[in-house]
Design a protein around this ligand. Sequence first.
Ligand code: PGA
Length: 256
Amino acid sequence: MKKSVRRAVIAGNWKMNMTPSEAKAAVEETARLTNGMSGCDVVLCVPFVDLPAAIEAAAGTHVKIGAQNVHFAEKGAFTGEVSAKMLAEVGAEYVIVGHSERRQYFGETDETVNLRTKAALAAGFKVILCLGEVLEQRKAGITSEIVSMQTKLDLAGVSAEEMANVIIAYEPVWAIGTGLTATPDQAEEVCALIRRTLASLYGDTVAEATTIQYGGSMNDANAAELLSKENVDGGLIGGASLVPAKFTKIVEAAQA
Ligand code: PGA
């Protein structure tokens, strides 16, 4: 199977930006500007409170809306958290799990990332599972060990069938929000390694069908080259997704 048969997915991660009214305007603008660009899926992952406004604004358009996290329990005493059932009822279709900012600032581990992934898949979501090495690990030459370990731990107990709803986002932590982008060759090398790890877990068919994104300072200037790589099937975009015109350029780059 070739890259051309995998579905390209360009997803925005707004992080803690945009109020509901700003979200409505940005979703409308993004939908308008990317209208007709059917060569990739277009997803915006928005703050929880923006979900209703974003979903309403995206209704009837090609833009899909996602959340940025989900708890693994069905319900209960987990102050500040949101369940998969709650997200499903408001109409979110995607959810980011394991973003490095969750791991770095909110104590997420591969164990909790795995629990959240399984809960989201059980509820029917498409999961954007983020993983990647920190700078010290890259410098120590253990990127491949770290990334293959995260892939295995985060997907433990996820079935081959469920993999149809999993997108992996390779995000080297040193490249997120720093303006430092992995070179296209660095991105390709690690995305290919993730695919080999998936093949060892699930076999070649699942590995070849799984969308693997690159994320970390992807922007309108560098997207085309990154996306041209055989194993880079899309992007998870932070900063540049907040400006619909810039985000659109990345969606455009994914049309080839
Ligand atoms: P960035 O963020 O594009 O602002 O580097 C990417 C991400 O954190 O998903």
